[in-house]
Design a protein around this ligand. Structure first.
Ligand code: 5GP
Ligand code: MN
Ligand code: MN
Ligand code: MN
Length: 284
């Protein structure tokens, strides 16, 4: 398959379990036996430490993160995007020894989503005016600027040691939280922005079939995201969370899929971080 294959909306886009039943016949689906390498970090490699869905609970929890070079967080670092929750998370990031921390938002980090109107914000006890005065009192213009200890990605990328990382918070509609988009055309429009040369993709939600099984045994991942990953972007790693009970690592034989949810389904922050190493490209 060529790398620039055009992705169109899947015929079973709205029914991910049915889509996966059809797609999985053509998939290798291996569970990685050792998601936590303990080998020492060598000079030719960069070590990534993945967490997600910490929901304001990893701070002070005793869940000690392994050492590495770069921390990746796949969203839901708060319960509902309150300013004090963001500040607490930012201080926690500041206390960690990684050289670089890359963060995206999730549906719980509501105040990061500019498309939330006043009514929807109020539903979560947030007010636009209160957020604005909180920011202006600190000389800031946007909520992500509160994350002074991280590189925040939102439909954008950063290149670290020659490795291109792209992050996006969107996920298929579930309740009325932040960064919700309808399955099909709306969400595919966001995935079309992912550059083809992305090596590490971070999204909040899973693709269908990988780390997306809920407690009720339904696949709820995004069909358009899997198609985009497998037919066009082909990243080496896809890091996500959102479906807490889908924590773990799988592979399709090319891309390694990491559901890094730190919290369990009951919001207990006990899952260990998932670690992987990448070889630093020549010249970096
Ligand atoms: P969160 O509220 O932190 O975004 O997600 C927490 C839990 O809600 C997940 O672990 C999962 O059990 C459930 N959940 C989230 N999104 C969906 C969805 O699209 N469908 C279903 N059935 N459950 C979901
Ligand atoms: Mn979550
Ligand atoms: Mn690629
Ligand atoms: Mn979530």
């Amino acid at each position: 398959m060529s790398c620039d294959e055009e992705i169109t909306v899947d015929k079973d886009s709205g029914n991910p379990s049915k889509a996966w039943e059809r797609i999985q016949v053509h998939q290798q689906h291996m569970v990685c036996p050792n998601p936590h390498p303990t080998a020492p970090i060598t000079d030719d490699k960069i070590r990534f430490v993945c967490i997600s869905d910490t929901h304001g609970k990893i701070e002070g929890s005793g869940n000690k993160l392994p050492s590495g070079d770069v921390l990746l967080h796949a969203g839901d670092f708060t319960q509902r995007g309150q300013m004090r929750e963001i500040e607490k998370f930012n201080s926690y990031l500041g206390s960690l020894p990684y050289k670089i921390k890359v963060v995206i938002a999730g549906n719980h980090d509501i105040s990061f989503d500019d498309s939330m109107n006043e009514l929807r914000l109020n539903g979560f006890g947030l007010q636009k005016s209160a957020i604005e005065s909180y920011l202006s009192a600190r000389g800031l213009r946007s909520v992500p600027e509160l994350l002074t200890n991280a590189i925040y990605l939102q439909d954008s990328s950063v290149t670290i040691c020659g490795i291109k990382i792209y992050g996006s918070p969107w996920q298929p509609v579930f309740c009325d939280w932040g960064f919700n988009l309808s399955r099909g055309e709306d969400i595919l429009e966001k995935w079309q922005k992912i550059p083809t040369n992305t090596q590490i993709l971070i999204t909040h939600g899973p693709p269908v079939g990988h780390g997306d099984l809920t407690g009720g045994n339904n696949n709820v991942g995004c069909v358009e995201l899997l198609n985009t990953i497998q037919k066009r972007v082909k990243p080496q790693y896809h890091v996500f969370g959102h479906i807490h009970e889908g924590y773990g690592v799988t592979s399709d034989g090319f891309t390694t899929f990491i559901n890094a949810s730190t919290c369990t389904r009951r919001y207990i922050p006990k899952n260990p971080a998932i670690v992987f190493d990448m070889t630093i490209p020549a010249g970096h």
